[in-house]
Design a protein around this ligand. Structure first.
Ligand code: PLP
Length: 441
């Protein structure tokens, strides 16, 4: 088994898997089983009583998923991970694992739209309040803390603004109050390891760069193992009060006692939330994501290298008003890219076209190689014009607040040859700048 600390090697050899124990298969097999034979009644009782860990039922654990979970934990520098059915499930579980009705969390304003919808609509109906802090100034998080605040939440590299989040600065505020920082690292795998900067939980939409081929939906939560859930018991009641759904167990104490590791967050999420809500990642999907994970380091390098060249090209194009990229913000914000992103600045680029909404539409319609899809992180190059799609219900002010101007186009740069990427952008930008025939006639 490899003990390498290098992500390129972990992605292929991590996860305590050298070969399948019964067949010697080198590829991780898909364990298509719902359930697992107990060795004895005592064995069954021990598994259910958490006296020993092992397979019970695939809604809660599966050997294929287990390899993926261990590889993800190793890649992030965490202690344990849990795979779930989608990135949305990962963010939902991350919050429900720490907060319940009457509690609140403080979240960055720079978020994926689906997360905003979850936080603003669904969580509020469950009685969990989400307070929004502008991450430009990390102290905004502290201003919103009260004695019911259970977590801070943010994305490492959120679009459309593409402002890298001040991870350490906000994690340090959290430490003062015993509040964990949960980071969605979907857009920056391998480029950033939030746990190294003080985050306690990392979540992923595995659907994006890690799966990498636009074929599988999946999500994960990674427990950093670096947060003391019992330090201030009143701050984290779900880890310090007896859980009547599990024989009165106190998760913050029982899990470290039982496993010798600080993995209370991952264990609680698995044995209560997966048990009750059932949003398991099917093992076939875990297999698909493992295939993606094995080459993610190569792809991320190519995504970033291509994106950098695209940025340089776009900055010179006369049809482009503004290029949005992590390194192109004012000094204070672009310094964060330097501090937190290593090996590249990501695949996502925003462009504002001079001709506004009409130019945006024309640009998208003129693309020949880029796909017009509501996705990021595919090996293929992707584009979307939010003002006519994902954000089409918003008025002009709401568009502005969300960072989406009428001419804004989001690009997710793929790993095709750079000449082909630029050629496609070039002809589409050219078309976007020309008056339409209708306007001329
Ligand atoms: N987080 C981010 C940053 C995303 O971009 C997405 C999806 O676009 C999600 C979470 C949700 O992931 P999924 O589509 O796998 O549910």
């Amino acid at each position: 088994m490899s003990t390498s600390k290098n992500p390129e090697t972990i992605a292929l050899h991590g996860g305590e898997f050298r070969k399948d124990q019964s067949t010697n298969s080198v590829a991780v097999p898909i364990y298509r089983t719902t359930s697992y034979q107990f060795d004895s009644t005592e064995h069954a009782a021990n598994l259910f009583g958490l006296k020993e860990f092992g397979n019970i039922y695939t809604r809660i654990m599966n050997p294929t998923n287990d390899v993926l979970e261990k590889r993800l934990a190793a890649l992030e520098g965490g202690l344990a991970a849990l795979t779930v059915s989608s990135g949305q499930t990962a963010s939902t579980f991350a919050i429900l694992n720490v907060a319940r009705a009457g509690d609140n969390i403080v979240s960055s304003t720079d978020l994926y739209g689906g997360t905003v919808s979850l936080f603003t609509h669904t969580l509020s109906k469950l009685g969990i309040e989400v307070r929004y802090a502008d991450p430009t100034d990390p102290s905004n998080f502290e201003k919103l803390v009260d004695d019911k605040t259970r977590a801070f939440y943010a994305e490492t590299l959120p679009n459309p603004y593409l402002r890298v989040f001040p991870i350490k600065e906000v994690a340090d505020i959290g430490k003062k109050y015993s509040i964990p920082l949960i980071m969605d690292n979907t857009a920056a795998p391998l480029l950033c390891k939030p746990i190294e900067h003080g985050a306690s939980v990392v979540i992923y939409s595995l659907t994006k760069f890690i799966g990498g081929h636009g074929t599988v939906i999946g999500g994960a939560l990674i427990d950093g193992g670096n947060f003391d859930w019992t330090a201030k018991p009143e701050r984290q009641p779900q880890f310090n009060e007896p859980d009547n759904s599990y024989g009165g167990v106190i998760w913050g104490k029982a899990v470290p006692d039982l496993t010798g590791a600080n993995v209370s967050f991952a264990v609680r999420a698995r044995v209560t939330l997966l048990r009750d809500l059932g949003s398991a990642l099917p093992p076939d999907n875990a297999f698909g994501i493992i295939q993606g994970l094995e080459t993610v380091s190569l792809r991320m390098k190519q995504h970033c290298q291509n994106a950098q060249k695209v940025v340089e090209y776009l900055q010179k194009n006369s049809n482009v008003e503004n290029v949005i990229y992590p390194t192109l913000h004012d000094k204070k914000i672009s310094e964060r890219a330097k501090k937190y992103l290593k090996g590249g600045n990501g695949a996502l680029i925003g462009i504002e076209l001079k001709g506004g909404i009409e130019a945006g539409k024309k640009f998208i319609e003129s693309l020949k190689m880029f796909y017009h899809v509501a996705n990021i992180g595919d090996a293929r190059s992707l584009a979307i014009h939010p003002a006519t799609t994902t954000h089409s219900q918003l008025n002009e002010q709401e568009l502005k607040d969300s960072g989406v101007t009428p001419g804004y186009v989001r690009l997710s740069i793929g790993i095709e040859h750079i000449d082909d990427i630029i050629a496609d952008l070039d002809q589409a930008l050219d078309a976007s700048g020309k008056p339409s025939l209708k306007a001329v006639s």
